[in-house]
Design a protein around this ligand. Structure first.
Ligand SMILES: [Ca+2]
Ligand SMILES: [Ca+2]
Ligand SMILES: [Ca+2]
Length: 500
């Protein structure tokens, strides 16, 4: 064997603290045999009304620097080596895509070892790690090493309101054991002292909830005549809640409850039984006939899409790291429910179809942002969906987005309180549909009587509903010939809080 010599590369840490634009509460650095430890606590300023949930924090870490040296000493325990090691870590913090702070600090780095850098986030309110991700890993060469490189990595974290977070950069270094100057005998020591972090940044950061000035929502609901009575289906005009709305919105809704003819006509009711003042400009009933082996759903802009057998994601993980894949695999009432500020991240694998559609069964009268991972590795919001109070199908036509998306499709849903029963990707070709518009025969307001002229045209002349009022509608449609018929209710209008 000869005289096996063991080298443990030591760390020579040059702690060159740069001015950091935050209050520096505590700093301790201790180069020591076997490990080095450097911990800095920073008070992070509180963020205020600019950032309302759901809120995305992005950390972008960039390491630039040089680590070089050559081992010259061999000892069993207190090995000596000369090494110089200075890496500057530049960290950029983004809130909602806006750069809010840049900080930089020297990065102690092992000179003859590997280094692994993790970005960790601990939610101390729920007592869980919500992110623990390796953002950089490098194995250096053994002797006479030289590392001189730059890396930039981004991590997005969605922050929950009223939670306190600790952000930590964790660097783990290891040393090699070598037999002599040229030959490797073993790779034995992977960590110093159980992986004591050599650089540990803790930031206490409190997220402040801003009182929501949006009214607690009411809204018009539609009910359908099922042969014996009216059955409540769902709320209408959900995008009326969009804070940026100007004027009317249009709503296409595939009715979920059965619709049966009554004296040859289809009968529906639109009611306001919560606390809104509804302005209905136009209401149309539309029959969509299609093959029985396809289903239909309508995009937010009114495009009727067909789908067949959407495939659930191969994996679905929530923002707390829980595997929630089984909940999303079928429409079976077994759902995943979000909390404000949380998200779901789903993997759909490689997608090259030009007919890809994302099909979701969701409820909750609250907006949901849909993001896809783009080709440069950033999350990209492609649509804000406004689900309804009761479960309904939402669909997004993906081809306009796929050229800019990562070929391995990953989708994120930014949640408030939504229940997600199913999410799937459908790549079946668009099937033929026959669309027929119903004729409005009558519209009787519970207070004003006949208001049909107000609902026939999109002319900003409105039928209005206040709490407790309703409109009974009758439509004529040509009979259903073949395949399956779905009914689509189109409404144009808006609602505002009822002020009495
Ligand atoms: Ca009108
Ligand atoms: Ca389910
Ligand atoms: Ca209008």
């Amino acid at each position: 064997m000869g005289s096996k010599k063991i080298l443990i590369a030591s760390l020579m840490i040059l702690v060159l603290l740069q001015p950091i634009p935050m209050s520096l509460a505590y700093c301790w650095a201790s180069p020591d045999w076997g490990y080095a430890y450097n911990e800095i606590y920073l008070d992070w300023p509180e963020l205020t009304s600019e950032y309302q949930p759901p809120c995305t924090l992005r950390l972008q870490a960039k390491a630039i620097g040089l680590a070089s040296g050559k081992a010259i000493g061999y000892m069993y325990v207190n090995a000596k080596a000369t090494a110089t090691s200075v890496v500057t870590a530049e960290i950029k913090w983004y809130m909602q895509g806006k750069l809010v702070m840049t900080s930089s600090a020297p990065w102690p780095s092992d000179a003859d070892s590997y280094v692994k850098i993790k970005f960790q986030v601990y939610d101390s309110t729920i007592g869980k790690w919500v992110n623990d991700r390796v953002i950089y890993e490098k194995h250096a060469t053994l002797a006479g090493i030289s590392i001189d490189q730059t890396f930039i990595k981004s991590v997005d974290i969605t922050l929950l309101k009223d939670h306190t977070y600790i952000f930590r950069l964790y660097a783990e270094c290891g040393a090699y054991v070598i037999a002599d100057a040229t030959a490797i005998s073993d790779f034995a020591t992977s960590k110093f002292e159980d992986g004591v972090p050599v650089y540990n940044r803790r930031i206490e950061w409190r997220y402040i909830d801003v009182p929501n000035t949006q009214p607690v929502g009411g809204c018009p609901y539609v009910s359908t005549w099922d042969g014996t009575g009216y059955v409540t289906d769902n709320n209408l005009l959900p995008t009326s809640e969009d804070p940026n709305r100007v004027g009317d919105v249009q709503d296409y809704y595939v009715l979920q409850t059965p619709l049966t003819r009554r004296n040859g006509l289809y009968s529906l009711k639109i009611s306001e039984f919560e606390q809104e003042h509804d302005y209905l400009d136009q209401v149309r009933l539309i029959a969509v006939d299609h093959a029985t082996d396809v289903s239909i759903a309508v995009t937010q802009d009114g495009q009727i899409l067909t789908y067949k057998n959407p495939n659930p994601p191969t994996s679905a993980v929530d923002s707390f790291g829980n595997d929630v894949t089984p909940h999303l695999s079928a429409i079976d009432g077994d759902y995943y429910q979000g909390v404000p500020g949380s998200y779901l991240e789903m993997d759909f694998g490689d997608v090259d179809s030009d007919t890809a559609k994302l099909v979701m069964t969701v409820d909750c009268k609250c907006p949901m942002q849909v993001q896809v991972l783009n080709s440069t590795g950033d999350w990209w919001t492609i649509e804000t969906v406004y689900p309804r109070a009761n479960f309904a199908t939402e669909i997004i036509d993906l081809p306009p987005y796929l050229p800019h998306a990562h070929p391995h499709l990953k989708v994120r849903l930014l949640l408030i309180n939504q229940k997600i029963d199913f999410v799937g990707l459908d790549t079946s070709p668009q099937a033929e549909t026959t669309v027929q518009y119903g004729r409005l025969v009558s519209a009787i307001h519970s207070h004003y009587g006949n208001i049909k002229p107000m609902l026939k045209l999109s002319d900003d002349i409105y039928a209005e509903l206040i709490p407790g009022q309703e409109i009974e509608l009758h439509f004529w449609l040509p009979p259903h010939q073949q395949g399956t018929r779905d009914y689509l209710l189109f409404t144009e209008g808006h609602y505002t809080p009822f002020t009495g």
